[in-house]
Design a protein around this ligand. Structure first.
Ligand SMILES: Cc1ncc(COP(=O)(O)O)c(C=O)c1O
Length: 398
């Protein structure tokens, strides 16, 4: 008999973390595994940010901070939102949290009651679904396939809205697909939201700076939607600061106040030192991080060229982030000796155990015909991964 609550028994474990653990277990046995399952830049945090954190310690930024974060740090976020996104927010509309992940769960808990419908374009980032379910919402996926660039249309959006729809959560560029909406596409979705004033929108812009095609557009810059959009962003991906755990929301004062209330009870505030490091990141010139985006752009091309040439994979050409999400269902029904490939999970296990490449099955992201590969690894590593995947797939027989 379990002693655990239903809430935790029903809570899904992160498939990406599970796959990384399997990959680490194999590596622990001395196998040379290439891990393309994790969503984190392989760069180190830039030196100017580390210096800011060291200074923060020396200057005794080591106490509890105000619950939504230091006023000065919120001011620097407001300036960033103005500079990069053309958005006007005052510091009391901003709440800094322990990673964008906490920013999102705070918001979902503040908005969702039992039975409220939460629209999530699929493929979706694993945590959106779990967070909505944890908040007792009903998840309504809107499916978008590789053929439509993994982007939903206004018609699809309209078709999924009911009088119970309370929230829409999306990321652009997206994890897991890398798909990035254009301004025109977001404005077209915005037209639908204008007709449905009860729906709030979480716009997760964590991959804003990692964009190769087109430019970023913030949903909150549509004036009629400004009050209903919760802009989520952070420093993890763009500044290679995953371990510092700083994310934030910018929203209406009412929502910012509610998120502050929740955060006050759960964590008190995000780390003081990390906030000061994030301030340096926020105040830096975006050109400081261009070298990382340039490196990702080269790797993206290596991966698109390499994977597109493998029979059986239909590969997307993502606008941003550092993931590819090829469609692999034409390989279902094939086999290697006694090993049968019936699902994306079977294929991922085959690639892990026969090619020593860790990937993640699309089923975790609401898309069971696909697998996700992260290209946050060196060019040589990626070329070797493509070689291994190609040779493993060529051994599959019908
Ligand atoms: C789409 C998306 N949103 C949010 C996050 C969380 O970012 P953070 O590290 O700031 O919590 C991630 C991290 O993988 C992500 O992919």
């Amino acid at each position: 008999m379990t002693i655990l609550s239903n809430r935790i028994e029903n809570f899904g474990e992160s498939a990406t973390i599970a796959m990384s653990q399997l990959s680490r277990d194999l590596a622990g046995k001395g196998v040379d595994v290439i891990n393309l399952s994790l969503g984190e830049p392989d760069f180190n945090t830039p030196d100017f940010i580390k210096e800011a954190a060291k200074n923060a310690i020396d200057e005794n930024y080591t106490h509890y901070t105000p619950v939504p974060g230091y006023l000065d740090v919120r001011k620097s976020i407001a300036l960033k939102l103005k500079r990069d996104n053309g958005l006007e927010y005052s510091p009391d509309q901003i709440v800094i949290s322990t990673g964008a992940k906490q920013s999102i769960i705070n918001t979902v808990l503040c908005l969702i009651d039992n039975g409220d419908e939460v629209l999530i374009p699929a493929p979706y980032w694993v945590s959106y679904r779990e967070m909505a379910l944890y908040s007792e919402g009903k998840v309504v996926p809107i499916k978008a396939e590789v053929e439509q660039g993994f982007k939903i249309t206004p018609e699809q959006l309209e078709d999924h809205i009911t009088d119970k729809t309370k929230l829409f959560i999306f990321s652009s560029p997206s994890n897991p697909t890398g798909g990035g909406y254009t301004e025109a596409e977001l404005r077209a979705l915005g037209e639908v939201f204008k007709r449905h004033p009860k729906i709030h929108i979480i716009s997760d812009e964590i991959y804003e700076h990692i964009r190769y095609v087109g430019s970023h557009f913030s949903m909150a810059s549509i004036p009629e939607l400004y009050d209903r959009v919760i802009t989520v962003n952070g420093v993890s991906k763009a500044f290679a600061m995953t371990g510092w755990r700083i994310g934030y929301i910018a929203a209406s004062k009412q929502i910012a106040k509610a998120c502050t209330k929740i955060q006050g009870q759960f964590t008190s505030a995000p780390s003081s030192i990390s906030q000061m490091a994030a301030k340096a990141a926020m105040e830096s010139n975006p050109s400081e991080i261009k070298f990382m985006v340039d490196a990702f752009a080269i790797r993206r091309k290596i991966m698109i060229d390499g994977l597109s040439s493998i029979p059986g994979l239909i590969c997307n050409e993502p606008e941003g982030a550092f993931y590819l999400f090829p469609k692999v269902n034409s390989l279902f029904g094939s086999s290697f000796g006694a090993r049968k490939i019936e699902t994306a999970q079977d294929l991922c296990m085959y690639l892990l155990e026969e090619a020593y490449v860790a990937t993640v099955a699309g089923s975790a992201f609401g898309a069971d015909k696909y697998i996700r590969l992260s290209y946050a690894a060196s060019e040589d590593t990626l070329k070797e991964a493509i070689h291994r995947i190609s040779s493993a797939i060529s051994k599959l027989e019908r």
